[in-house]
Ligand binder design. Structure first.
Ligand code: CTP
Ligand code: MN
Ligand code: MN
Length: 500
């Protein structure tokens, strides 16, 4: 059956390979070691598949040793296979991926080891392995957001909204652990193509701990959660939520003002000892506009304006939308762009000139420009959540209703004919384009998990600038996002599937 699919392609490139000898120099994937289970597969087919894999740069072990990462089996039923595997007395067995031949087929077709997905796992349930070891679970949703496909369609909004309230509340209290736990749980539920109806249905899902399950149970049973309602009615939570909704006010400032007894915008503005910085002043000035969601049509209109400005400066200017709109969202809190030029070293000047032009057009209401601090010699950066070093700007632009199909989003009774919108633009050098695009497309949770995955599973460091392989001690070049996923050994996830 498999031969029918991959056979012809293989026969075109016959290669004499001595049985059992992995020829050096041909190995492309050093951290993957296959072992093909002869049981049921048969000897000649096993030898054929071994040669095929080796010809494609895979390491195939003849014996099942502790080094093996992927055990491939064909036509074995789970119980029998696991009993056989258990009998081998391997310490590392729980860490090995035990996969069906479909994983092998997919990997041969792609020419590289693909990420293990549910459909690649051996069917049936696992028997318990030796005590104390946890087997690689069958039919899993990955704990990493970068191995899940998450569209904008959320089938579990009631649950994820509840988790996000609690996550935010912990963020206000600077309790990173529980904050992250609720964020991860929310992210897992967002990826499900089905709505959770009972706690039992979630038992095989990762990242759901006791606390998240308790909240879930309450909501599934009563439609509401005591803890969430308590948080929502908590005075401190409400005040910090209000204060941080202003552009330029972060959780730290909000908390400081709250501790001084301030509870409303009027309190802040009437307090003589408070000196608002320029960002906060602008935040208050345009509060109504910039707290109103930006539509797709408005994002498109802004794209046209910035694209035109870029091309007026250099005809080869390249503009791409990133952030939530690239992920297919209908609304955003801002619009994010990547602007660059193929001319080396000219991207920073391009951005400065674009800002200048927007100013001359009279539509630049606010600009926080941050010059480049990019220095390839200072990479890799170990602070993963750190800002990137590309030239960038955080803007507020005046968007005329006439530029937008259907006009701008307006508040009731507003007849100004324009609105203020938050816009971010980043300008990486062209050879950093793929990394910057991946980093700025988000979502935040998706980015966090890409980096965590790289570090934990691949011994690599990823940020908005580069990917560094700690084993090979080298930077990995990438022209496209697909190249980066490939370096990480991940299946490619489309931007619209990154709404983790
Ligand atoms: N980002 C970044 N460095 C910054 C600012 C943002 O790398 N200094 C990245 C974030 O990690 C995120 C993406 O840019 O992945 C977009 O950020 P943001 O606009 O805050 O979020 P969106 O996902 O676009 O959500 P929204 O629609 O609310 O704007
Ligand atoms: Mn955005
Ligand atoms: Mn942004």
């Amino acid at each position: 059956m498999l031969q029918a699919r991959v056979g012809p392609g293989v026969r075109k490139r016959p290669r004499p390979v001595e049985a059992g000898v992995q020829r050096q120099g041909e190995v492309k994937f050093r951290d993957v070691r296959l072992y093909l289970v002869e049981r049921k597969m048969g000897r000649s087919r096993r030898s054929f598949l071994t040669q095929l894999a080796r010809s494609k740069g895979f390491i195939v072990e003849d014996v099942l040793s502790e080094e093996v990462t992927h055990v491939v089996s064909e036509d074995n039923e789970a119980a029998g296979l696991w009993a056989w595997l258990k009998g081998r007395g391997l310490k590392e067995l729980p860490k090995m991926q035990v996969v069906d031949i479909s994983w092998f087929t997919d990997s041969m077709r792609e020419g590289k080891p693909v990420a293990v997905e549910t459909r690649h796992c051996i069917q049936d349930t696992l028997p318990t392995l030796s005590e104390g070891s946890t087997p690689t679970p069958v039919a899993t949703v990955s704990q990493y957001a970068c191995q899940r496909r998450t569209t904008t369609e959320n089938n579990n909004k009631i649950l994820t909204d509840a988790f996000e309230v609690l996550a935010e509340s912990y963020e206000f209290s600077e309790m990173e652990g529980p904050c992250l736990a609720f964020r991860r749980a929310a992210s897992v539920l967002k990826s499900l193509p089905w709505a959770v109806q009972s706690l039992g249905a979630t038992q095989d899902l990762p990242c759901l701990g006791e606390r998240t399950k308790a909240v879930m149970e309450e909501i599934l049973q009563y439609g509401r959660s005591f803890e969430v309602e308590k948080t929502l009615s908590d005075e401190r939570y409400q005040t910090l939520k209000l204060f941080t909704s202003v552009f330029g006010i972060g959780p730290k400032t909000a908390d400081r003002w709250h501790r001084r007894g301030l509870r409303s915008f009027t309190d802040i503005l009437a307090e003589p000892s408070i000196q608002l910085n320029r960002m906060q002043q602008t935040g208050f000035l345009h509060y109504g506009d910039i707290s109103r969601a930006v539509s797709k049509a408005e994002a498109r209109a802004l794209g046209n304006i910035i694209d035109e400005a870029g091309r007026a400066i250099t005809p080869d200017a390249v503009l791409a939308v990133t952030g939530g709109f690239r992920r297919g969202k209908e609304f955003g809190h801002d619009v994010d762009f990547l602007l660059t030029t193929p001319q080396r070293g000219k991207e920073e000047g391009l951005l400065v000139n674009v800002i200048d032009r927007l100013k001359q057009q009279g539509i630049l209401l606010y600009c926080d420009y941050q010059a480049s601090t990019f220095d390839m010699d200072k990479l890799p950066c170990h602070r993963f959540e750190a800002m990137d070093q590309f030239p960038k700007c955080f803007l507020i632009l005046r968007l005329e209703g006439g530029c937008v199909e259907g006009g701008v989003q307006r508040a009731e009774g507003d007849d100004r004919g324009w609105r203020a919108v938050r816009v971010d633009i980043v300008s990486p050098p062209m050879e950093r384009y793929a990394y910057a695009l991946l980093g700025w497309t988000g979502s935040r949770q998706f980015e966090r998990d890409l980096r965590r995955y790289a570090r934990m599973e691949r011994r690599m460091l990823l940020d908005n600038h580069a990917l560094y392989d700690k084993t090979k001690e080298e930077f990995l070049a990438a022209e496209t996002e697909k190249d980066i996923f490939a370096h990480l050994g991940l299946e490619y996830i489309e931007p619209w599937q990154r709404n983790a």
